[in-house]
Write a protein that binds this ligand. Structure first.
Ligand SMILES: Cc1cc2nc3c(=O)[nH]c(=O)nc-3n(C[C@H](O)[C@H](O)[C@H](O)COP(=O)(O)OP(=O)(O)OC[C@H]3O[C@@H](n4cnc5c(N)ncnc54)[C@H](O)[C@@H]3O)c2cc1C
Length: 438
């Protein structure tokens, strides 16, 4: 059994999981209502994906939210990943050396989203990365100045990543967006109803001036001996071109992180956590805000977070002030979904030998023999590696139309002693996690 000095126990009226914009906004509004609030995030600092590394910068938006959060007395747990709920009202989070037992009366799930990766020949070569992933690595110190980075895939994140990489000295030969020119034109028209988005768009346009942006274009193969050397792109299904580059930054928009909400029993439909007007999920006392309820960007995450924080701390009437803004922003989220819907041609990118589950080395031809996620998982171990299907699950969803099984604990890999502690805590089913707790 794990020694008890490494177990840190805390109890809150409101606990928030996720320290991105939605979680920070939720925690702040709840704390301002006078209840005890804790917030936990698996990164070394708060800020989530968009504000990564910015919470300590003096003049950033992130820093403003964060300093208010500190002043409001919210208890912070950074670098701790929630992996299990051993009993109702308690979550376990693993830190570098500690296990946190976080008890709550109300819970706000604000776990954000991740990039969608689709397999194509060569996508597992070194230096082929997610667009947001490469941006995150540069934020963490990866030198990119002078490197040639081809940006490809789908969604607005490509533009944000390209602008960031260029600002840090990368050469961007082109940006390939799989969505068609007509879809993008409709998206442009829809932006006219969103002044804040127009401002962002104009600023990005300026930052990316001179870089060719090609619609209806996608990477079909990444090539290189030991690492990436060149990428073959297809344009309008007719022309093929080979581009020499040091990195390929490639992602196909975002996938909501719904695993924790699912583990807690919250209803999920079409890969989104269902919430009502007050961001309440189908489980009593559990709220959800930000990207798990729909991919809608920073402003929607902030608004949903504030509604959830106010509602969870017993002030639903104050939350109503944000409803009109949320409605407007949700319509933008629906436009995003339509614009960046994936074209069917992307299903035919993998060859028989293309790796699909890179944790367990499962290639496309082995998966194609099966008719469901469950059958493929049982026969090939697809989705049973360290990422627990976070990468190959959405990819096989797109390639084969499979839906993943129900989520089981632990939702992230955890150290053995922590799994054992979790099993002993739950008592009911000790053997599932570790084979027993005695
Ligand atoms: C890789 C990536 C890069 C992005 N870059 C940009 C950009 O440059 N510009 C832009 O406009 N938008 C960007 N976005 C989109 C942006 O993140 C969203 O629009 C929005 O800000 C989401 O806010 P959120 O609070 O819902 O989620 P997030 O900002 O994703 O925050 C969720 C947080 O929860 C944490 N978390 C999840 N599960 C657990 C768990 N079990 N235990 C503990 N912590 C957990 C995550 O690590 C994360 O820190 C990016 C998205 C991704 C995936």
């Amino acid at each position: 059994m794990m020694s008890s000095e490494h177990v840190i126990k805390s109890e809150f009226d409101v606990l928030v999981v996720g320290g991105g914009p939605a979680g920070l906004a939720a925690a702040l509004r709840a704390a301002e209502c006078g209840v005890t609030v804790g917030i936990v995030d698996d990164n070394p600092a708060f800020g989530g994906q968009i504000w990564r590394g910015e919470s300590d910068k003096v003049s950033s938006d992130a820093a403003r939210w964060y300093s208010q959060l500190r002043a409001a007395g919210v208890q912070e747990f950074c670098g701790a990943r929630v992996f299990h709920q051993p009993e109702p009202g308690m979550l376990l989070a693993e830190g570098t050396n500690d296990l946190f037992e976080l008890s709550y009366r109300k819970l706000i799930v604000a776990t954000g989203a991740r990039e969608l990766f689709l397999p194509f020949p060569g996508w597992t070569l070194p230096n082929v990365m997610g667009a947001g992933g490469l941006q995150a690595m540069v934020k963490s110190g990866l030198p990119i100045a002078g490197k040639r980075v081809l940006v490809a895939g789908s969604g607005p994140l490509l533009l944000a990543a390209a602008a960031y990489l260029r600002q840090h000295g990368a050469e961007i030969p082109m940006i390939c967006e799989q969505s068609s020119r007509s879809s993008l034109a409709r998206f442009g028209l829809a932006l006219l109803r969103q002044p804040a988005k127009i401002r962002q768009g104009v600023s990005l346009h300026r930052q990316l001036s001179g870089i060719p942006f090609i619609s209806g274009c996608w990477a079909v193969e990444a090539r290189g001996l030991k690492a990436l050397e060149e990428v073959v792109i297809s344009h309008a299904n007719t022309q093929r071109k080979t581009i020499a580059c040091d990195y390929l930054a490639c992602g196909f928009h975002l996938v909501p992180n719904t695993e924790l909400a699912e583990l807690l029993g919250c209803r999920v439909r079409d890969n989104l956590v269902e919430v009502d007007d007050l961001q309440r999920t189908s489980m009593p006392g559990i709220f959800c805000a930000g990207e798990p309820t729909g991919i809608g960007g920073l402003e929607l995450a902030l608004v949903e977070g504030q509604i959830a924080g106010l509602a969870a701390s017993g002030h639903p009437e104050s939350a109503q002030a944000f409803f009109a803004e949320r409605k407007k922003l949700r319509s933008f989220a629906r436009t995003l979904e339509r614009t960046f819907a994936l074209r069917p041609e992307l299903r035919s990118l993998p060859r028989p030998e293309t790796m699909v589950c890179r944790c367990e080395d499962v290639v496309y031809s082995r998966l194609a023999q099966h008719s469901s996620w469950r059958a493929a998982k049982l026969q090939t171990r697809c989705g049973m590696g360290p990422c627990q299907g976070r990468v190959c699950g959405p990819a096989t969803g797109f390639l084969f139309g499979w839906s993943p099984d129900s989520v089981r604990p632990p939702i992230f890999p955890a150290r053995f002693e922590n799994l054992r502690a979790a099993a002993c805590k739950a008592e009911t089913e000790p053997s599932r996690l570790t084979g027993g707790c005695s």
